[in-house]
Design a protein around this ligand. Structure first.
Ligand SMILES: [Zn+2]
Length: 121
């Protein structure tokens, strides 16, 4: 049985961060379904898209889709990990997560991409 599953999944994309995000959002949308049926429908769309992406054989396209959301996912992970120690923000040019210590006033941050950003810490 395990060998058949391995053979079936060979050449298919599998799971990634976007699929996890789609499944979490479908769970949240289904929790809102008592308010309106639209949320339940949107949750089902998210699940169907996640399943489609998981079994897709167009690996290059799926990786491109995942690469578009990876900066945002890493920003959310950094925000959750931060616990109020530093001010986090995203570079508008390259979408990299930047951090500055809190309480230093207005500072200029130089991103590795060459973009200079003025922010209040
Ligand atoms: Zn940048």
């Amino acid at each position: 049985m395990k060998q058949r599953l391995i053979a079936f999944m060979q050449g298919r994309y599998g799971n990634d961060e976007l699929n996890i995000l789609l499944l979490i959002s479908s769970l949240l949308l289904n929790l809102l379904s008592p308010i309106s049926e639209i949320f339940s429908g949107l949750g089902m769309v998210c699940i169907c898209y996640a399943i489609y992406r998981m079994f897709s054989k167009n690996i290059y396209q799926r990786r491109c889709e995942n690469a578009k959301i990876l900066p945002y996912v890493s920003f959310i992970k950094a925000k959750l990990k931060n616990k109020g120690k530093a001010r986090l923000f995203m570079c508008p040019k390259c979408k990299r997560t930047l951090r500055i210590p809190k309480g230093k006033g207005k500072v200029t941050v130089n991103c590795p991409c060459g973009n200079a950003i003025k922010r209040k810490s």
